[in-house]
Design a protein around this ligand. Structure first.
Ligand SMILES: [Zn+2]
Length: 113
C-alpha cells in the first residue's frame, strides 16, 4: 500500500511540475501546479504517518498489550525511551523505528510472556 501511495505522490508531483513549467503567465496553472505538488507532499506524509495496515495494528495490540513493559524498551542506538508508535510488528517480529535518531532495527529482547 505504501508503494501505491508513493506512486500516486510521484504522479501528482510530476503533473504539478508540468503545470508549473507550462505556467506561461497564467495564474490558474500556477495554482493547479502548486496544489498538485502540495497534494503529492500530503500523500507522502500520510503514507509515512500510517504505514501500518489494519491487520498489523491488531497483531501489534495482541503482542504488546500483555507483559511487555514498553517503558523499559529503549533505543539501542541513542537510548531514548520508545513509544508504542515507534514499534511495529511485521511478520511476527517486532521492529523498532526510533523517532529520536531514526534508527530502524529488529527488536531482539526475549519476550516476557
Ligand atoms: Zn534512537
Amino acid at each position: 500500500m505504501k508503494i501505491i501511495a508513493y506512486l500516486i505522490a510521484a504522479f501528482l508531483g510530476i503533473l504539478g511540475f508540468i503545470f508549473l513549467i507550462g505556467f506561461q503567465g497564467q495564474i490558474f496553472r500556477l495554482i493547479i501546479g502548486l496544489v498538485l505538488l502540495i497534494a503529492a507532499g500530503a500523500v507522502v506524509y500520510l503514507a509515512r504517518l500510517q504505514p501500518k495496515t489494519t491487520q498489523t495494528t491488531t497483531i501489534q495490540k495482541i503482542d504488546l498489550s500483555g507483559d511487555v513493559n514498553l517503558e523499559e524498551i529503549r533505543c539501542r542506538s541513542c537510548n531514548a525511551p520508545l513509544s508504542k508508535d515507534e514499534i511495529e510488528v511485521r511478520a511476527g517480529a517486532i521492529f523498532v523505528q526510533c523517532g529520536h535518531c531514526g534508527a530502524t532495527y529488529q527488536f531482539e529482547e526475549e519476550p516476557k510472556w
